[in-house]
Design a protein around this ligand. Structure first.
Ligand code: ATP
Ligand code: PRP
Length: 230
């Protein structure tokens, strides 16, 4: 049996269901909204597992599901060295979001990472503690800042409503995903210039250990070229 992990709620679940339906595989969640069970029609030997998008990378790596839909941001954040465990089978064309760094709009002299590096140095000298950046993407943000020689900062863990932390004075800057930019604007934050830390979209991943005739046949059934070339 191939276990297929799909986000259990919201837009990601709906758009995932639509993506599979376009390829002749009908996924449905059970009638009760509170029950995380579902059915698969149109193909034999595949079971649907509804999970939090954030848990899907770990479930793939642990071998508890063979295939899974989640954001590339979550895989890169949660699985260091993810390429040794997972194969990126197909970008799905939705769930696009950029992981960005943002500072208060009123910091008009902070537009680039270089600006942030020097402001962070001055901030530490002036305040006696390091500039705080709120995020849930600890690994990706640390790697990005290290690559750009920003050192005088501390990460503050924020698992939700991250854009609010600046107004609430628990952080000076944030690193979070944005899509329309509306949440940033509503919270008086401006994105630093330059490329984002990461561009993410919903993607079908496969556990490397699950490579074989069964998963190959399912991928071909979806109109994908099996695991050839992956
Ligand atoms: N506004 C958005 N537009 C597009 N994609 C988004 C947006 N917000 C989040 N995403 C993407 O959706 C995926 C799931 O994000 P989210 O953090 O909501 O999942 P989660 O950790 O499973 O949440 P929960 O614990 O609430 O189930 C991520 O890959 C993220 O990049
Ligand atoms: O750039 P925007 O389009 O404003 O989207 C960005 C927001 O979406 C995400 O949150 P989440 O998915 O929890 O929030 P949502 O339900 O408000 O989209 C993210 O953490 C941002 O807060």
């Amino acid at each position: 049996m191939i276990r297929l992990g799909v986000p259990s709620k919201g837009r990601l679940m709906e758009q995932s269901f639509a993506w599979f339906a376009d390829r002749g595989v009908r996924l449905t969640r059970s009638a009760s909204d509170r029950e995380y069970a579902g059915t698969v029609e149109g193909v034999e030997g595949v079971a649907l597992v509804l999970l939090s998008a954030g848990e899907i990378p770990r479930e793939l790596a642990a071998g508890r599901i063979e295939l899974g839909v989640t954001g590339t941001d979550l895989v890169r954040e949660k699985l260091p060295g993810w390429r040794s465990d997972l194969i990126e089978v197909a970008p799905m064309g939705f769930g696009h979001a950029d992981l960005i760094l943002a500072v208060p709009e009123c910091w008009t002299d902070c537009r680039t990472l270089d600006d942030l590096a020097s402001i962070a140095r001055d901030f530490r000298a002036a305040h006696g503690f390091r500039l705080r950046i709120a995020t849930k993407y600890h690994r990706l943000v640390r790697a990005h800042l290290a690559a750009h020689e920003v050192a005088d900062y501390q990460l503050v863990d924020s698992q939700g409503a991250t854009e609010g932390t600046v107004a609430n004075q628990t952080a000076e800057a944030i690193a979070d995903i944005t899509s329309s930019g509306a949440t940033l604007r509503a919270n008086g934050l401006a994105v630093l210039d330059g490329p984002p830390i990461l561009q993410s979209q919903a993607t079908l991943f496969m556990a490397r250990a699950a490579t074989g005739p069964a998963t190959d046949a399912f991928l071909r059934r979806l109109g994908l070229d099996g695991t050839k070339g992956l």
